[in-house]
Design a protein around this ligand. Structure first.
Ligand SMILES: Nc1ncnc2c1ncn2[C@@H]1O[C@H](COP(=O)(O)OP(=O)(O)OP(=O)(O)O)[C@@H](O)[C@H]1O
Length: 311
């Protein structure tokens, strides 16, 4: 059964079309990645699914029921982890979770059990009695997740839950996404970090200008890219000076530089490796290794949109 179905979903703000005739089916048991640059329309889509925004056009079905006609059913089956934190700083972590779980009708022993379980899921059991204002940004994000999952929704939507947090919290969040999925929840995970999406998602939609421009498993998406190759060079030289030199060479589409490494995406069939190497050597750059890389989701995104996922 489809846990979520979007049919021709559209949202206009004045003349601006933020979500453009989007159709999508998400099956039970998936971790579905929603990948797009800032402003692509991810949050607007999520806000419509969570009934905070009214679609201009189209239909949203959760577990085969139209959410406009079955609002309560949709709410009970949905857990939303919003991009902006929705927690109370002056209530303990446990009180926060049980407050939100209570909104979904949980009471008594079941409320307590589910609230504690949700805190355990995100690795905050030992902080149950602490106030969120003493938490790191990452811990607050984990609490935000616990608040959305205690009522055990069938569909959990996470809107960029790992933006700007420490690696330990990030790992907790990714582990909790997997654990939630293993216990039967379907998950929609939005992010502009393609590494994360690649790591945890079973299927991915790439969103750009409010439209889904590609959809499939990561293997399918990568296999669709046949006209770009990626070369990776380990180099020794002062950082930050090389990318500009290479950008203007024929066939070079994109140069990325990180800590002694250059990643160059260029047109397949362009025999420009010799030009690239010659240019670097002329500039006194020491080349330690050269490797042709498998395409990743960044390559896919770049090829489809002509832009980098993160600017
Ligand atoms: N209430 C609003 N009124 C006018 N324009 C809006 C409104 N909400 C969003 N937009 C515009 O719609 C577009 C899509 O925004 P949205 O927040 O859905 O993108 P996003 O993919 O979630 O990006 P981000 O990662 O930055 O949250 C943006 O250009 C945004 O400026």
């Amino acid at each position: 059964m489809n846990v979520l179905e979007l049919r021709g979903l559209t949202k206009k703000f004045g003349d601006y079309i933020a979500v453009d005739n989007m159709s999508l089916s998400i099956r039970q048991g998936e971790i579905f990645g929603f990948l797009g640059a800032n402003g692509a329309g991810k949050s607007t889509t999520i806000n419509m699914i969570s009934m905070l925004l009214r679609p201009s056009k189209g239909e949203i079905r959760i577990l085969d029921k139209d959410i406009m006609q079955q609002r309560r059913f949709a709410k009970l089956n949905l857990g939303i982890v919003p991009q902006d934190l929705a927690i109370y700083e002056d209530m303990t972590a446990y009180e926060n979770v049980s407050f939100f779980a209570g909104l979904y009708g949980l009471r008594g022993a079941r409320l307590k059990e589910r609230s504690l379980e949700a805190l355990a899921f995100v690795g905050l059991s030992d902080k149950a009695k602490a106030l969120p204002r003493t938490f790191s940004g990452g811990m607050k994000r984990r609490l935000n997740i616990a608040c959305a999952i205690a009522h055990k929704p069938k569909l959990i939507i996470m809107d960029e839950p790992t933006v700007g947090i420490d690696p330990q919290s990030r790992n907790y969040i990714l582990a909790s996404v997997r654990a939630l999925n293993e216990t039967g929840s379907t998950i929609i995970y939005t992010s502009h970090y393609m590494e994360e999406v690649e790591e945890i998602c079973s299927r991915i939609a790439i969103v750009d200008h409010g439209k889904i421009i590609a959809e499939g498993t990561k293997e399918q998406l990568k296999a669709s890219i046949t006209d770009v190759k990626e070369i990776s060079l380990d180099i020794k030289s002062p950082e930050g000076t090389e990318a500009g030199l290479l950008q203007s060479l024929p066939g070079v589409r994109l140069v990325m530089q990180e800590a002694g490494q250059l990643r160059i995406q260029s047109d397949v069939g362009m025999e420009n490796l010799n030009l690239i190497l010659r240019k670097l050597l002329e500039e006194g750059v020491e080349i330690c290794s050269v490797e042709e890389r498998e395409p990743n989701l960044e390559t896919v995104f770049l090829t489809l949109t002509g832009r980098k996922l993160r600017d």
